[in-house]
Design a protein around this ligand. Sequence first.
Ligand code: ADE
Ligand code: ZN
Length: 327
Amino acid sequence: SDLEKFITALPKAELHLHLEGSLEPELMMELATKNNIELPYKNVDEIRKAYDFSNLQDFLDIYYQGMNVLQGEEDFYALTMAYLQKVAGEGVVHVEVFYDPQGHTSRGVSFSEATNGILRALDDGQEELGVSSELIMSFLRHLSEEDAFATLKEAEPWFDGRIVGVGLDSSELGHPPSKFERVFEAAREMGLKLVAHAGEEGPAEYVREAIELLKIDRLDHGNRTIEDSDLTKELARSGIALTVCPLSNLKLCGVSDMKEHPLKKMMNAGLKVTVNSDDPAYFGGYMTANFLSVAEALDLSKSEIAQLCHNSIEGSFLTDEEKAPHI
Ligand code: ADE
Ligand code: ZN
């Protein structure tokens, strides 16, 4: 369509993507067979049928099970390269991707195998596809502060520019940002960038904690921010970017219909909104699909779509010189 061509042609960055959430059923089956991992599915159709979620936790249970097929460095390389190949054709010029090291070290896959496989693919993706990238490691918030501190320590050899930041993901309700205040303080002192999921299922108060206690540089989701008008004004004034994920919100029932999605309200409130795919293999689409779905449902203008793409370059962790060619 004309709109699809318009979206694809705009240079943009993806700022909210969990690499493990880009594991397509085909690669999952292939790796399960190669690595002798038992899956509760006989084929890719059965896998796709299982992707019917009522909330975040429903998804997370399936997501952690899916990532069990990732074993050696080569598997992380294949996962990452497949993602980069998908988005390179969608006008994505830069990506800042998350991974969940604790989801791997907890089942006996070493931190270095996972990390080095991903980094090697990111290097090759820059070289072969022209997509620049940064790597952010996320702490699983359902695990303890102590576990997060141990992961931060294990990752230190990669803080020479290979891992540029830390994030916070997994089960939000009951695990407020305040639980990780000291870990984020330590990460900040190490010169890392800071992001956190907040206001996806959790209340606006969790967004406030992420900003005031964790002192984040970027907010992941943040949909529920607009329930608090003072917070919304403060966040708009701060210029902090929000990484909104429309198809994710639909699949996890944060909205019952894309026409109910708060993205336009968020933009109109002055928030620096970006569009992202979160876990595209599970939620039914990569960048273009997310843009198309929300643009059609909310009747976004071409100038609003261009603004969203512009915000993604602006809100990235690229330097001003690195941003310049994309603006
Ligand atoms: N892990 C992967 N995707 C996530 C999401 N959307 N929210 C929280 N944790 C996640
Ligand atoms: Zn996410």
